[in-house]
Design a protein around this ligand. Sequence first.
Ligand SMILES: [Zn+2]
Ligand SMILES: [Zn+2]
Length: 267
Amino acid sequence: MTAIPEDQEKNYEIFLDCLSTALIEKISQPQAKPKRRTKPKSKKPTSTPPQTKSANPDPETEADTDLTSADDLADFAGYIATTTFHSLPSDLKTLDYYLWTRSPSLQTTYTLPFTGTSIPPLPTLDPAIADSLSTYSITREPTQGINEFLAPILTHYLSLITKPPPAPRATLKEATGCEICERNYIPLSYHHLIPRFVHSKAVKRGWHKEEDLQNVAWLCGACHRFVHRFAGHEELARRYYTVELLMEDEGVRRWAEWVGRLRWKGR
Ligand SMILES: [Zn+2]
Ligand SMILES: [Zn+2]
C-alpha cells in the first residue's frame, strides 16, 4: 500500500474519521448500545488481521466475520480508507476551506449532498473494496451498494474539509484529544454543549446564562455523532451541558471505553 503523501495527510485523517464513523454506525445498529466482546469468538483470535486484507475473501469465513473487535474494526477502517482515498479525484485530496471558497468551479462540480449516483467517479477503486464491504454486510446489493455507502461519507468529508475555521471564542477550550474517548490523534470538531438550536429557549427559560451558550466540547467524529444520537437538543441542553455530566451516564462511559480502543495502525 502506497503511503499517503504529506500534503494529503490532514485530509486523509479527516476521511478516515468520516469512514470509521460510518462503519461504527453500521455495526452498532440496530442495537442501541455497542456490543462488548470480552473474549474472541470461535477459534479466530482477535489479533488475526481481517480476512478482507486478502484480495479474495474466503467465503468460508463469512459466517463468523464480524467487526465488533476493536482491532479488527481499526484494521478494516484503515484498509478501506487508504485504498478509497488513493482513488479520489486529486483535487479532493488537498482541498481546504480557502481553496474551496476561491473555486466556484469546484463548488459546481461537487454539489452536496452526494447521492449514490452523484458521487465523484472513482474509476481506479480496487473492486476488492466492494467485496470486503459486502462480506461484512456493510453494503447490501443491489440497493445499498458501495456508491450508496460512500455518498454520505464523502458528503461528510467534503463538508468538514471546506468548513470555515472556528470562531476564536470556540477555540479557547481547544482540547488535545477527544473529550469523550480521549483519542488524541484524530481530527476533532466542536460540539456546542448547549445546542444552538435551543439557545434562545435555554436563556428564556432560565436553564442557562447567555455567556455559557458558547461552551463547546472537542469531540471526534464518532463521539460527536454518538452524542447527538444519545440525546436530543433539549435533553442535551438541560441534562448534559458539560462533558462531566455526559460522562456520568453509564451508556456514554461504555461507548467511550469501546470507541477509545479503536487505534489505527502505527499509532
Ligand atoms: Zn471520541
Ligand atoms: Zn454537536
